[in-house]
Design a protein around this ligand. Structure first.
Ligand code: UD1
Length: 358
């Protein structure tokens, strides 16, 4: 059986790695890895392949950046040729990025079965590009792998047949568990106590007023605790466009970091402030307090069971919650069920047994 995996953007790489590793050596499975090239900078892509031990992609479609329509369309056009040429038995797509939905649509039209890893997550906020990608991908996927029970419930409510849904756990946490022992904290380089920040959502960084407010708040918070802020290229662009230069000696702007360095920084952080999806999950697993600068989350289990608090876009609330953490009063949590390092193996078994053919 030929399985073709498609990845495009940074958060996809941690998700494909455990699935490929579990399928490696499976007697009935041959794998092909296609990178759409949605993320192309060395520090957004290459370093992850190295650190995660991923094979070099068999193909890179080099779609690069563009508007949503352009990027999605480029993936579709180029992917169609690849799929016609390679004729895989099943395609696996990951997460909620433009490359995910673009590939799923092409598969559906060609009649090639498609499996969605990390299915069923919903923020119920259709102004988020990723929510549209999730809804569409899940409607047309043939087999859906969910990380938690809320994913199953969302899919069933949307009419997805129960036999297509497999709750396998969280593949991103598989990678975290495997690589945590290698993620060593560099005490020479970083302060002993710090907050770690990442921001890249359009709702935070594309609205100039919001971005200004966030940066001013961070600059102020950094007087109480040093802040390490690896900057996503989208955010860097916006900061430059607005001519803002928020850096001071306590607000440390960094280039995007590799997986191992960032994981070490998360584990050691007093608090993480983010608008990322995956980081809400990683902090929950690590038991590190997480303040999410969003009004909603597609990963509610990180709030109900984990260490995550949604502070919304309310900067006063953010400051209050940071003050709680600094006063030693932070939210504790539990690790959700099936976040156990074996999600990739469960997916490999299901695919290997052809449990997705009806
Ligand atoms: C994408 C995903 C988002 C994910 C994020 C992780 C979609 C809709 N969004 O957002 O869900 O959380 O990746 O990083 O798929 N750029 C570079 N170098 C790169 C990649 C991007 O400079 O290697 C710049 C480009 O100017 C580009 C901008 O960043 O226009 C945004 O990149 P894009 O892939 O469109 O979306 P992300 O914001 O990265």
């Amino acid at each position: 059986m030929h399985v073709l995996h498609v990845v495009g953007a940074r958060p996809n790489f941690m998700k494909v790695a455990p699935v490929m590793a579990a399928m490696d050596g499976h007697p009935n499975i041959q794998q092909i890895l296609v990178h759409t090239g949605q993320h192309y900078d060395a520090n957004m892509s290459d370093i992850f392949f190295r650190e995660l031990g991923l094979p070099q992609p068999d193909l890179n479609l080099e779609v690069g950046s563009g508007s949503h329509a352009v990027q999605t369309a480029q993936v579709m056009v180029r992917m169609e040729d690849v799929l016609l040429d390679r004729q895989p038995d099943i395609v696996l797509v990951y997460g909620d990025v433009n490359s995910t939905v673009a590939t799923a649509i092409v598969c559906a039209k060609l009649g090639i079965p498609v499996g969605h890893v990390e299915a069923g997550l919903r923020s119920f906020d259709r102004s988020m590009p990723e929510e549209i990608n999730r809804l569409l991908t899940d409607q047309i996927a043939d087999v859906l792998f969910t990380p938690s029970a809320d994913g199953d419930a969302n899919l069933q409510r949307e009419g997805v047949a129960a036999e297509r849904i497999h709750r396998v756990g969280n593949v991103m946490i598989d990678t975290l568990i495997r690589l945590l022992p290698q993620a060593s904290f560099d005490a020479q380089h970083w302060p002993e106590r710090y907050a770690l920040v990442t921001l890249h959502r359009p709702s935070n960084v594309d609205a100039p007023d919001m971005l200004r407010q966030i940066l001013a708040t961070l600059a102020q918070l950094s007087l109480d605790i040093p802040i390490i802020f690896p900057i996503h290229p989208r955010t860097r662009q916006r900061i430059q466009e607005l001519g803002l230069s928020p850096a001071n000696t306590h607000l440390m702007l960094q280039e995007p970091l590799g997986y191992l360095d960032f994981l070490a920084l998360q584990r050691h952080a007093a608090v993480v402030i983010t608008d990322s999806g995956g980081i809400q999950e990683e902090t929950t697993f690590l038991g590190v307090p997480c303040l999410t600068v969003r009004e909603n989350t597609e990963r509610p289990i990180t709030v109900t069971l984990g260490t995550n608090i949604l502070v919304g876009q309310d900067m006063n609330r953010l400051q209050e919650e940071v003050a709680h953490v600094l006063a030693g009063d932070s939210k504790t949590g539990q690790i959700p069920p099936l976040w156990d390092g074996r999600a990739g193996q469960r997916i490999a078994e299901i695919i290997g047994q052809r449990a997705w053919q009806f």
